[in-house]
Design a protein around this ligand. Structure first.
Ligand SMILES: Nc1ncnc2c1ncn2[C@@H]1O[C@H](COP(=O)(O)OP(=O)(O)O)[C@@H](O)[C@H]1O
Ligand SMILES: [Mg+2]
Length: 163
């Protein structure tokens, strides 16, 4: 599924829609350059999970935790030296703790993701314009001949339309 947003608020709202569908243990891998809107989208995820705390970039801490019915663990891999460091800080524990893991700079840790990870690619198209592509690594279903998100997710995101 691909969406174009024309403001930060729109990106937040798209994150919110996805956030409402997430389950304990869901992993959302965010890809995209600096300023693409990864943190904005994650702010939406938090809001969709019912978390009211303000989400800011965890660049200096690798992970920020936001408590909630389903907590959010917000990772930023930008400063991570290597994947081993991620496992050292307890990556496996995080996604077994019943929270949602949202990961900025997923490019740095390709080996960290389970097959049911939700992939969100953000691309800067201009000053306020961003392309957001939501998909899954496995369990894909097609919509109009194109891959969209996994069956369980697309039911909700696309109203069950053609999946
Ligand atoms: N459509 C849009 N979606 C998201 N952010 C946007 C959009 N248009 C402009 N922006 C701006 O781009 C920046 C995105 O920042 P941020 O979410 O921190 O990006 P990242 O975490 O990918 O580095 C913000 O300054 C925001 O105001
Ligand atoms: Mg960021």
């Amino acid at each position: 599924m691909t969406i174009i947003t024309e403001s930060e608020d729109e990106t937040i709202r798209e994150g919110e829609k996805l956030g409402r569908t997430l389950k304990p243990g869901s992993i959302v891998a965010l890809f995209g350059d600096l300023g693409a809107g990864k943190t904005a989208f994650t702010r939406g995820l938090a809001s969709g999970l019912g978390i009211v705390m303000h989400v800011s970039s965890p660049t200096f801490t690798i992970v920020n935790e936001y408590p909630g019915d389903i907590p959010l663990f917000h990772f930023d891999m930008y400063r991570l030296e290597n994947e081993t460091e991620l496992f050292d800080i307890g990556w496996d524990d995080y996604h077994e703790r019943g929270g949602v893991c949202a990961v900025e700079w997923s490019e740095k840790v390709p080996g960290a993701f389970t097959p049911d990870t939700i992939i969100v690619r953000l691309e800067n198209l201009g000053e306020n314009s961003r392309r957001i592509e939501i998909s899954a690594q496995e369990d894909k279903c097609t919509q109009g001949g194109e891959f969209t998100v996994s069956r369980s997710q697309c039911d909700i995101i696309d109203g069950g339309a053609k999946c």
